[in-house]
Design a protein around this ligand. Structure first.
Ligand code: AKB
Length: 345
């Protein structure tokens, strides 16, 4: 059996870490790209690591470098997250939209060169949803894929646009000239992700992982949203499982190209209480930041993921209780115990 070659863009980010571990354990040949060099423990799990201009999805040097490999699947993770995108919308548009267009063109070219379909798996987000008021958000408890697509952030706008670009490459690309389509595009709308191993940078769902990691380090945490704030979340291992499951699904299983996936949807106060159950000394305060609060207030409170469950058997392993009891708390405790032990030596 031949070993599949897989490209991961944005490989040094939170999801890249977890995905590289899962794919390298499965014996997959990984071409990893990122602006910055990968941490050595990740780089050693990859066949090829591209960084600098070769790892930059907005740079023609990236396309040239990657075109040499017979890539069958692309996990296109490179993106600027929501808070960072609001701080620099033009840069975020360049990376999130132009970068995705480059990756789709690359996939079409690779397909043509190696005469094989290229699956592009694109993490989208709950930020594609947009509610005008908190009332409207809370009224629509579990949003379906075609509801409330009025994003208010540059990040949400860019992700929604890229979902549609992906569908274009998948189904309508250059119809006029009758060119063969080589792109098989698949996308998941992710909730906030919580990992015990890494911390996110530049997102707005970051309050949940930040609260957990601060408690594990014995540090005070000032939460930037109100206690009643509610959005969906998922434990990182489930996020990676969902990506791999959708990537592996047979084309005839898919009734759509973009799927919601959910796991649990606690309020910020419920997350704080859960953390204090395991770390009774955790000092958590709430000091909402109006801009970041407005972002999460415009996102949905929860998602309807029945299409993913029906079509390709999506089922999160971790609910709210189990995520903390079985994965997050034990793993985060191990992580900071190891760091402390290393610091002592
Ligand atoms: C963010 O907060 O920007 C992301 C997301 C919900 O897509 N984590």
């Amino acid at each position: 059996m031949s070993v599949p070659t897989i490209l991961i863009t944005g490989a040094g980010g939170e999801m890249g870490h977890a995905l590289i571990k899962a794919l390298s354990n499965a014996g997959v040949e990984i071409v990893a790209s990122d602006l910055r060099p990968l941490a050595p423990e990740l780089a050693q799990r990859c066949a090829v690591v591209l960084h600098g201009s070769h790892g930059d999805v907005t740079n023609p040097a990236f396309i040239e470098a990657v075109s040499q490999y017979p890539i069958e699947r692309i996990f296109h993770l490179a993106a600027v997250l929501s808070t960072a995108a609001e701080r620099d919308p033009v840069r975020a548009h360049r990376i999130n939209v132009d970068g995705t267009l480059n990756v789709l063109e690359l996939a079409q070219q690779l397909g043509c060169t190696y005469q094989q379909h290229v699956r592009v798996i694109f993490p989208s987000t709950i930020a594609v949803y947009g509610f005008e008021s908190l009332d409207a958000k809370l009224h629509c408890r579990k949003v379906g894929e075609n509801d409330a697509l009025q994003p208010q952030t540059l990040y949400g706008i860019a992700k929604l646009h890229c979902e549609r670009l992906g569908i274009y490459y998948n189904s309508h690309y250059k119809k006029l000239s009758g060119e063969k389509h080589w792109v098989d595009f698949r996308s998941l709308r992710f909730p906030g992700l919580i990992s015990a191993d890494t911390l996110p940078a530049g997102g707005t769902s970051d309050y949940a992982p930040e609260m957990l990691h601060a408690a594990a380090r014995g540090e005070q945490y000032v939460c930037f949203v109100r206690p009643d704030t509610q959005i969906p979340f998922m434990a990182m291992p489930d996020g990676v499982r969902a990506l791999l499951q959708l990537a592996d699904a047979a084309p005839e299983q898919l009734s759509r190209r973009v799927y919601n996936i959910g796991a649990f949807a606690p309020t910020a106060a419920e997350i704080a209480q859960m953390i204090q159950r395991y770390f009774p000394d955790a000092a958590i305060e709430f000091e909402p930041d109006p801009q970041r609060q407005a972002i999460v207030d415009s996102w949905c409170a929860d998602v309807n993921d029945s299409a993913a469950r029906r079509d390709w058997g999506w089922q999160p392993l971790y609910d709210f209780e189990y995520a903390f009891a079985d994965y997050l708390v034990p793993a985060v405790r191990r992580r900071y115990a190891t760091i402390e032990a290393t610091d002592r030596h």
